[in-house]
Design a protein around this ligand. Sequence first.
Ligand SMILES: [Fe+2]
Length: 246
Amino acid sequence: MGAANSLLYGDVPCRLLVPGLRAEDITAAHTGLFRFDMETPTSEQHRWSIQVPRDPEFPDDIDDGVNRKTGHGGLDQKIFLHYRPDLWELLAERHIELELWQSEWLAACGRIWQACTAALEELVREMDRTLGRFGLVDRLGNAPDNHCLRVLKYAPRTGSLASGHYDRCGITFRIAESHSGFYTRHGWEQQVQPAPQTPEVSCFTGEQLERITEGAVPRLWHGAVDTTEGVAERWAIVFFGKFRPK
Ligand SMILES: [Fe+2]
């Protein structure tokens, strides 16, 4: 069964080929984040935290650039990059001069973003052919570019890294991860999912698509747990495909 049908029939997550998705770019994307975390001075890092309202549906979703989330005790829980194509302008407007490695890092993220956006459009076109009444292609919000590439790194710890949740977006591509730990829940059953094999991604559905399709395409419950006894840093790369709200 093709990915479009899998999504429509709730057989998620499913594999999707993303032409142009390259292992070198994936490596550059996560090593760039590690380098940013280690080498960029803290005062400079703060300037990369950019707050731009993107979506009238989620006015609190203002986390472009690089942001940190802290957990219990004020310790860093995770650091993540949100890449959209206008990140270059947002950084330039703040008079942030990119070092060469930072430019190469963002360029790699841009290529991943482009490949995922093209594959998403193809996937959604196919979904429309099967289930035409929702006009999904017309709802893909490309102006401004709203799809978001997230590169994230968790501080090592045991137990839950991301508690179970549904994604807000329409369709999520899980692109790559350092090691296993991503799980989904189907009914009562929780399953740790195998890593995607580049150039394939693992895709699943979020709240926005469930709402647009009036429940016909259900969202998928998922989360991430540590599988390394708290030893290893976990990184992951994810693409959030977004539709225009009604
Ligand atoms: Fe998620």
